[in-house]
Write a protein that binds this ligand. Structure first.
Ligand code: ATP
Ligand code: MG
Length: 343
């Protein structure tokens, strides 16, 4: 069966972008794929995290998976650092990937800013660890938001280069598929109307956990009041809503809010504009706030309940890690002999 892997960093408060771009899409894939969902705590420490915050955020991400409908019996749900093979394969990939490939990554450039001399080496190597996360399980499909597209292309490049660099050894170990490839070339699953939710403060920046402004995002644990206030204050141009999708071009804030409405109501942007075209923000924003509260409040309640029972969450993560480790270790047994490490 095709296998799905996806990860979320416990690097701050989960937000609507994480939900619509990733977590919500994890649920239906359980019907058709073997699914592995990971709280990538090793990725999170590429920027400084307070240890207590990291623990809290790790449980929050796991709780969000489950509250959204991921079933920890059907899917493997775990935190990355419990399966040390992620770090081991990432090292091998650090030696396969090229400096030039990493230097082209826009996420690194955005996060490092002008002061790239002073960011962690881990932040630079981030995509190599991400490739290890995916390829350790030989995952064929990866549901993510649009911002991860470039990292997934790099994952494909790493798989292809590993398969080429070690072609003879893979054959000698009899570890390849029909074409002699050891790692699959992974397909990104980036689809739907919400692949890139933008900041509520700036329609040109994506909504992020690491944005210093809490007003820039709708957090999954926000209460109804906070959601309504943030949407009311969201930056927009003064014009009324257009009647068709073409009218959203060069109006990034309007496009974003209409896109959020469409995603939350399972409609197309055209359908949303058929309803709201010609109306002002004073009409649209309260409708959007009501919709967001109706969709998010039940999940927030379930998340809170789960977070309070940290023993249960930790037990789920331990069980998931055990199942993940079995797959990961089988891959690493082959990788070690392919590379030439003696056992
Ligand atoms: P950080 O700012 O710490 O990088 P983040 O908000 O970007 O946090 P990640 O943990 O890096 O969240 O990404 C988790 C998943 O959420 C990925 O699949 C990513 O593509 C998706 N995602 C993140 N932000 C958005 C967004 N604004 N719209 C849609 N999907 C998003
Ligand atoms: Mg991110």
């Amino acid at each position: 069966t095709p296998r799905v892997f996806s990860g979320i960093q416990p690097s701050g408060d989960l937000h609507l972008g994480n939900y619509l771009g990733a977590i919500r899409r994890f649920v239906p894939l359980q019907e058709t794929h073997e699914t592995i969902y990971c709280v990538v705590d090793m990725h999170a420490i590429t920027v400084r995290q307070e240890p207590d915050d990291l623990r809290r955020a790790t449980r929050e991400v796991a709780a969000a998976f489950i509250a959204a409908g991921v079933d920890p019996k059907r899917s493997i749900v775990f935190n990355q650092s419990q399966v040390i093979q992620h770090a081991e394969l990432a090292w091998v990939f650090n030696c396969v990937a090229r400096m030039g490939w990493m230097a082209r990554m826009t996420q690194f450039k955005d996060k490092a800013g002008k002061n790239s001399e002073n960011v962690s080496l881990g932040l630079f190597a981030y995509p190599s660890l991400m490739a290890a996360d995916i390829l350790l399980y030989k995952a064929t499909h990866v549901p993510v938001g649009d911002d991860q597209k470039q990292h997934l292309e790099l994952t494909r490049d790493i798989a292809i280069k590993f398969n080429n660099d070690y072609r003879d050894s893979i054959a000698a170990q009899n570890a390849g598929d029909d074409e002699g490839a050891f790692f699959p070339v992974t397909e990104p699953l980036i689809a739907g109307p919400a692949t890139r939710i933008m900041s509520l403060r700036d329609g040109t920046k994506k909504m992020s956990k690491s944005d210093p402004s809490d007003q820039s995002r709708i957090s999954l644990l926000d209460d109804a009041d906070a959601i309504a206030k943030k949407i009311k204050k969201a930056t927009t141009d003064p014009a009324e809503l257009p009647h068709d999708v073409e009218g959203l071009a060069s109006r990034p804030e309007a496009d974003n809010l209409v896109g959020i409405y469409a995603a939350l109501s399972d409609k197309t942007k055209a359908e949303v504009l058929a309803e709201f075209g010609g109306q002002g923000w004073g009409k649209f924003k309260p409708a959007l706030a009501d919709l967001a509260v109706a969709q998010l409040a039940p999940m927030a309640g379930e998340m809170r309940r789960l977070i309070d029972d940290s023993e249960t969450i930790d037990a789920i993560l331990r069980d998931g890690a055990e199942r993940a480790r079995a797959i990961a270790e089988a891959t690493m047994v082959d990788v070690r002999s392919i590379v030439g490490f003696i056992r």
